[in-house]
Write a protein that binds this ligand. Structure first.
Ligand SMILES: NC(=O)c1ccc[n+]([C@@H]2O[C@H](COP(=O)([O-])OP(=O)(O)OC[C@H]3O[C@@H](n4cnc5c(N)ncnc54)[C@H](O)[C@@H]3O)[C@@H](O)[C@H]2O)c1
Length: 321
């Protein structure tokens, strides 16, 4: 059991993460702007704090006396505030909280980035080197939110250059997070239901049909915290479901929404997703356990044709060797 301080613990992802980590036996302190009465936070220590205030962030994080810090707090939706506000807020939150964690001697520090760092939907056009997208795909952020998430990843790398391996860092890029209540019709982050996102591919296309169940993010974080001392420092991981949030193969859908992607996407047949979670599988031994078909009670088609496990990466055992 660890004592874990979570920033943004009252948010959409934070609630499920706090609930999942508490259920796994960890003791949690949630830091957020306001105390939440969400059921997942029942019995969890909560501190109301504005983490853009560096002194307040330092005091709250040091006061938590934690073994691990998970930083989620952010303006989490692109263009939901003026660009300068998003960049300034998310940058201040990252530097304040990660810096406070380092100063407090917390040995494991993890922060939420975003798949949007890759730069899809750029108005001037975008094509990746290849599909599926993975941690080696070149980040090309095109808006302040994506840039702020790139900065989160770079902040972790910056602090790791200060501390060396005395502190273990990692960034994770959760795909479009579906909270448990959203499977039964509650609105998702963009306001549509899951069924609406499936029925109208134009709604899921901006995220390239990616998704992950929030409870799977909790098991990912648990596995990551466990593995952190034994894997390379300041790594980045995609956290995604094994399949695409789509009723038709991405080989058909992606070219409709990503001009010029026909050849690159041609092998994304069956249920294969655009994003690979192979690195988390290989380095952490983590697998997602939930799919939209399983949660909605729809028939599972034939398994994907190898999109998540078709790259050769070192296993955790290889890295240790
Ligand atoms: N939900 C997704 O699909 C998704 C996808 C990729 C990345 N992410 C990232 O995951 C993290 C969590 O996302 P979410 O969907 O739960 O967002 P959310 O908006 O539901 O939660 C963010 C939380 O941060 C808190 N917060 C914001 N500013 C704060 C401040 N100044 N001081 C203290 N707390 C503050 C908010 O009160 C909120 O509870 C974010 O960093 C987001 O960028 C989310």
């Amino acid at each position: 059991m660890s004592r874990i301080v979570v920033t943004g613990g009252a948010g959409r992802l934070g609630r499920s993460l706090v609930g999942g980590l508490a259920a796994a036996g960890h003791e949690i302190v949630s830091l957020d702007r306001a105390v939440s009465d969400a059921a997942e936070l029942d019995g969890v220590a909560q501190v109301a704090v504005d983490l853009t205030d560096a002194d307040a962030a330092s005091a709250a994080i040091a006061g938590a006396r934690a073994d691990a810090l998970i930083h989620l707090a952010a303006i989490a939706v692109p263009f939901s505030a003026p660009e300068d506000v998003i960049l300034r807020t998310n940058a201040a939150l990252a530097v304040n909280t990660i810096g406070a964690g380092v100063a407090a001697g917390i040995p494991k520090i993890v922060a939420a980035s975003s798949p949007t760092v890759l730069g899809y939907n750029a108005p001037a056009g975008w094509l990746p080197e290849r599909f599926p997208l993975d941690e080696d795909t070149t980040p090309k952020p095109w808006n302040a939110y994506a840039l702020s998430k790139h900065l989160v990843e770079q902040s972790l790398a910056m602090f790791s250059r200060q501390t060396g391996d005395a502190t273990r860092f990692a960034a994770f890029r959760p795909c479009y997070v579906i909270a448990p209540e959203e499977w039964s019709g509650a609105p998702t982050q963009q306001g549509h239901t899951v069924i609406e996102r499936l029925d109208d591919p134009a709604l899921s296309a901006p995220a390239l049909f990616n998704y992950v169940d929030a409870r799977d993010v909790a098991t990912f974080i648990d596995a990551l915290l466990d593995a952190l001392p034994d894997i390379p420092n300041a790594e980045t991981f995609f956290v995604s479901a094994d399949d695409a949030l789509a009723r038709r193969p991405l080989a058909e859908l992606l070219p409709q929404f990503v001009p010029g992607s026909e050849r690159l996407a041609a092998h994304l047949t069956g249920t294969a997703p655009a994003f690979s979670n192979a690195k988390a599988a290989r380095l952490l031994g983590w697998r997602p356990t939930r799919t939209w078909r399983g949660e909605l009670g729809e028939d599972e088609p034939a398994p994907p044709t190898g999109a998540t496990a078709d790259r050769t990466e070192p296993t955790r055992k290889d890295v240790l060797a």
